[in-house]
Design a protein around this ligand. Structure first.
Ligand SMILES: *Cc1c(COP(=O)(O)O)cnc(C)c1O
Length: 726
C-alpha cells in the first residue's frame, strides 16, 4: 500500500444487486470488453447513445424503473455475474503473460509518458493516431499483466469538435468537460487533501494536481495545472492539447517531463524503464539526471546512468514534425533547470542544440535521442528514414548503423474488433482465440468459416454503419437546422449493399486526402456506373491552425456536395474514436494515400483489416510490411521518391486498380449474392494482419527488444533517496 489513495465516489443510487456497475464505470476495462459494455447499454439503449457511451452519466440519469427491471431480469443478471466474475479474475492477475514469461519485470514498473492517450471517445485527452496508439499500448500492457504506469495530461477543455459549415469550412468548437462526469479519480492523501507536485520556472512555481484513470490493471496519471495558487495563465497550461503558442507548448512539455517524474516519485513509484512516446516528454531525461546530481553525482555520471533505461519512440519521418524551440524560449522557461544540473546555460543548450538555416533551436528529438539508450521508429521503412534523418548525431557511423531500431505499431484487438466478428471467431477459432491472438497457426482455421456466414456478419456491420449515419443526420436535422444538401453530403443515401470505401484521418496535407479527387470527372464516372455503384466516405479533422488542411476539407466537401455524386460521396463531421469504430467495422475498403515515406506507420488500416475490410494503400508505413498481394491492394510503386510525379502516378494507379480490380471483384457475386473471391481476400487480410499488427505482438516486442535490455542495464542505477518513502 502506498500512502496515497484514489477512491471511487459513491455517487450512484443503484439497486444493491447491480451496485457494482458503479465500480465498472470507473475502470476502462469495460471499453474493450463488449459484454461489459453491453451491461450499460442494454439498461437503456437510447440514453446510452444520447450520452455518447458515458457510463457515469448513464448511471446518474437512468430511471429507477429501468434499473429495477434490470436488477430483476434473469438474463441480465446472468450476464452481469459472468462479466463480474471475469472482471474480478482479471484484476486478481494470477496468471499473466508477464508473470509467466518475464517474472523479473514484477516489482518496478515501466513508466510510459505521452502527451495524449486515446482510451475512449468520452475522454477528450487525445487528438489522433499518437494518442490512440498510447491508449492501445496501455490496454495491451494491462492484458499482458505488464507492470506499467502511464503519465499524461488532464485536458479539461478537451480537444475540439468539428463542425462543417455549409460551404465546407471547418469550425472548431471547444467543449470543456466536467471532470466529475468522467472516469477521472482525484489522487489524494490519506487526509483527503489533494496530492500535488510542483515545477519551478524562472520567477514562479507551477503546482500540479493528479488524476488517475484505471485502464484495467494499469493506472494512468494525468497532470493538471488548474489549481488554486497558480496564475490564470498557468492554470490553462494543461487545459488543451497542442497549444499553437510556443510559450504554452514549451511550458507544457516541462510539466510533462519534469512534473511527470516528480508525480511518480510522490506516488512512490520507482520505475525500472522510462518510455517517452514521442519527443514531447524528453525533459524527463533531465529531471532524472537532476535527481542523481542532487544525490552527489556529476552530470556526466548522472546522464551515463539514467540513459541506460530511457527509451524514446519517434513517430515523425520529417524533421519539421519534431518539436523544436528557439533558444530564447528555452531561456524564458527553463532557466531554472540548468543550475540544479550543475550546467551552464551553454552546456545546457548544447544537449539539444540544432543548427537550422533560420537559427539555432533546442530540439526535443535530439535531446531524447542523446539521452535515451533505447530508440525506435514505428515501422521498418520509418526506421530507415529515421536513421538517415538523424545520422548527423552519429557522424562516425554509416546510416545503417545508426542506433535506431524499429517496432512496427499495432492496434488493440479487443478495442477495435466488432463484437459480431468476435463472436464469429469464438465459434470457429475456439473460445480462447483472443489469448492466443499472435499465434499464426490459429488463423488458418478461418479458412473453414463458411462464406455465407462470413458475409452475413460483414453485411450486418455495414447495415449498422448506414443506420448509424442516418441517426446522426436525423439529430443534426432536428437540432442544428442544417441545409438539405448537407443532409445528403452526410451519408443519408448510403446503401449498405454497395461497395463502400472509407477514408478517415487527420487532414495533414501529406496524407493527400484529395488524391482520389485528382480527376473528379473520372471518379464520378466510376462511382455512378449502373449496377456497380461505389460509395466513398471521408472523415477527419485538420488542426485548427492548419489552413491548408482546412482548405483541403473544403475542397472535398464542395465536391461531395455536387448533385452528380448522387449522395455516394460523403463527408462525416467530427471524426473521433466512436466514428472510427463504425467506419473500420463497416466499410469494404480502407483507403490510405500518404506521400511516401511520410506515414511513419498508420494504424487505422489495421483496425479495418481485423474486421474483414481490404486495405487499398500506398506502400508506406505498416502497409508496406503487411501487403502480400492477396490481402488488399497497393497504390503506386514501392520505390518512388516523393515528388509531384509521385502524385500523378499514384492517382493513375489508384483509378486503374479501382476500375479494373476492386469494383469488378466486389460485384462478382453468385446467385446468393456472395462475392467468393472477395471473401477469400478478406479472410486473408484478417489472417495476416490481426496477429502481426496487434498491440499483442507490439508490446511483447517492446518488452523483449527494449524494456528488458533497459531494465537489465539500468538495474545498477542509483535510486534517488528522497523519493523512497518506505
Ligand atoms: C486509429 C485512429 C487514428 C490513426 O489512424 P491513422 O491510420 O494513423 O491515420 C486517428 N484518429 C482516430 C480517431 C483513430 O481511431
Amino acid at each position: 500500500m502506498t500512502q496515497f489513495i484514489t477512491r471511487i465516489p459513491n455517487g450512484f443510487d443503484l439497486p444493491r444487486r447491480i451496485a457494482r456497475l458503479g465500480e465498472l464505470a470507473y475502470n476502462l476495462w469495460w471499453t474493450w470488453n463488449p459484454e461489459a459494455t453491453r451491461l450499460f447499454a442494454r439498461i437503456d439503449y437510447d440514453l446510452w447513445e444520447r450520452l455518447s457511451h458515458n457510463p457515469i452519466l448513464l448511471l446518474r440519469q437512468i430511471g429507477r424503473a429501468e434499473l429495477n427491471s434490470a436488477a430483476q431480469n434473469e438474463d441480465y443478471l446472468t450476464a452481469f455475474d459472468r462479466v463480474f466474475a471475469e472482471f474480478d479474475a482479471y484484476l486478481a492477475a494470477q496468471q499473466t503473460w508477464s508473470l509467466a514469461a518475464h517474472p523479473e519485470l514484477t516489482g518496478n514498473p515501466i513508466a510510459y509518458f505521452s502527451m495524449e492517450f486515446g482510451l475512449h471517445e468520452t475522454l477528450p485527452i487525445y487528438s489522433g493516431g499518437l494518442g490512440v496508439l498510447a491508449g492501445d499500448h496501455l490496454k495491451e500492457a494491462s492484458d499482458l499483466g505488464l507492470p506499467l504506469v502511464g503519465i499524461g495530461f488532464m485536458y479539461a477543455q478537451g480537444y475540439f469538435s468539428q463542425h462543417i459549415s455549409e460551404d465546407g469550412w471547418q469550425e472548431a468548437i471547444n467543449n470543456p468537460i466536467n471532470i466529475d462526469e468522467h472516469a477521472f479519480l482525484p489522487v489524494t492523501r490519506q487526509d483527503g487533501s489533494r496530492l500535488t507536485v510542483s515545477v519551478e520556472f524562472p520567477e514562479r512555481i507551477v503546482t500540479l494536481q493528479i488524476w488517475e484513470v484505471r485502464v484495467g490493471r494499469v493506472p494512468l496519471y494525468l497532470l493538471d495545472s488548474n489549481v488554486d495558487g497558480n496564475s490564470d495563465a498557468d492554470r490553462l497550461l494543461t487545459a488543451r492539447l497542442y497549444w499553437s503558442d510556443l510559450n504554452f507548448r514549451v511550458a507544457q512539455e516541462v510539466l510533462l517531463g519534469v512534473g511527470g517524474v516528480r508525480a511518480l516519485r510522490e506516488l512512490d513509484y520507482n520505475p525500472s524503464v522510462w518510455h517517452m512516446n514521442e519527443g514531447h516528454a524528453a525533459f524527463l531525461t533531465l529531471e532524472r539526471a537532476r535527481e542523481l546530481v542532487q544525490a552527489g553525482h556529476s552530470f556526466e555520471q548522472a546522464i551515463a546512468q539514467t540513459r541506460l533505461n530511457n527509451i524514446f519512440t519517434t513517430h515523425t519521418p520529417v524533421p519539421a514534425g519534431n518539436d523544436e524551440f528557439p533558444l530564447w524560449l528555452i531561456d524564458k522557461h527553463l532557466a531554472a533547470l540548468w543550475t540544479p544540473l550543475n550546467l551552464t546555460r551553454d552546456q545546457f543548450m548544447d544537449l539539444a542544440r540544432h543548427t537550422q538555416p533560420y537559427g539555432e533551436t533546442f530540439s526535443m528529438g535530439i535531446l531524447a535521442l542523446r539521452l535515451a539508450e533505447g530508440r525506435n521508429a514505428v515501422s521498418e521503412l520509418h526506421g530507415r528514414v529515421a536513421r538517415g534523418m538523424w545520422n548527423f548525431l552519429w557522424p562516425d557511423k554509416q546510416e545503417d548503423d545508426v542506433p535506431i531500431t524499429y517496432v512496427t505499431n499495432g492496434v488493440h484487438t479487443g478495442n477495435w474488433m466488432a463484437r459480431r466478428i468476435r463472436l464469429l471467431l469464438d465459434k470457429h477459432l475456439g473460445a480462447d482465440w483472443l489469448d492466443r491472438l499472435d499465434d499464426p497457426a490459429l488463423w488458418s482455421r478461418l479458412d473453414a468459416v463458411p462464406d455465407q456466414e462470413f458475409w452475413q456478419t460483414h453485411l450486418h456491420l455495414k447495415r449498422k454503419l448506414a443506420f448509424y449515419l442516418r441517426e446522426r443526420i436525423r439529430g443534426h436535422w432536428l437540432h442544428d437546422g442544417i441545409h438539405p444538401v448537407q443532409v445528403v453530403a452526410s451519408g443519408v443515401m448510403i446503401n449498405p449493399y454497395d461497395l463502400t470505401i472509407g477514408f478517415a484521418r487527420r487532414f495533414a496535407t501529406y496524407k493527400r486526402a484529395g488524391l482520389i479527387l485528382a480527376d473528379v470527372e473520372r471518379l464520378l464516372d466510376l462511382v455512378n456506373r449502373p449496377n456497380r455503384p461505389v460509395q466513398i466516405i471521408f472523415a477527419g479533422k485538420a488542426h485548427p491552425a492548419d489552413e491548408p488542411g482546412k482548405q483541403l476539407i473544403q475542397q472535398i466537401y464542395r465536391t461531395v456536395k455536387k448533385a452528380e455524386t448522387g449522395g455516394r460521396l460523403v463527408f462525416l463531421e467530427d471524426y473521433d474514436m466512436n466514428l472510427a469504430r463504425y467506419l473500420v467495422q463497416g466499410v469494404d475498403v480502407w483507403l490510405n494515400t500518404p506521400r511516401r515515406p511520410m506515414e511513419a506507420s498508420g494504424t487505422s488500416g489495421m483496425k479495418a483489416a481485423l474486421n474483414g475490410a481490404l486495405n487499398f494503400s500506398v506502400l508506406d508505413g505498416w502497409w508496406r510490411e503487411a501487403y502480400n498481394g492477396q490481402n488488399g491492394w497497393s497504390i503506386g510503386a514501392d520505390a518512388d521518391p516523393q515528388t509531384a510525379v509521385q502524385d500523378e502516378a499514384d492517382a493513375e494507379s489508384l483509378y486503374q486498380t479501382l476500375e479494373n480490380e476492386i469494383i469488378p471483384l466486389y460485384y462478382d457475386q453468385d446467385e446468393a449474392g456472395l462475392p467468393h473471391e472477395w471473401i477469400a481476400r478478406a479472410k486473408n487480410a484478417m489472417q495476416t494482419v490481426t496477429p502481426q499488427f496487434s498491440t499483442r505482438r507490439m508490446v511483447k516486442e517492446y518488452v523483449q527488444r527494449l524494456y528488458l535490455p533497459a531494465l537489465r542495464a539500468g538495474r545498477e542505477t542509483t535510486k534517488p533517496k528522497k523519493a523512497r518513502k518506505k
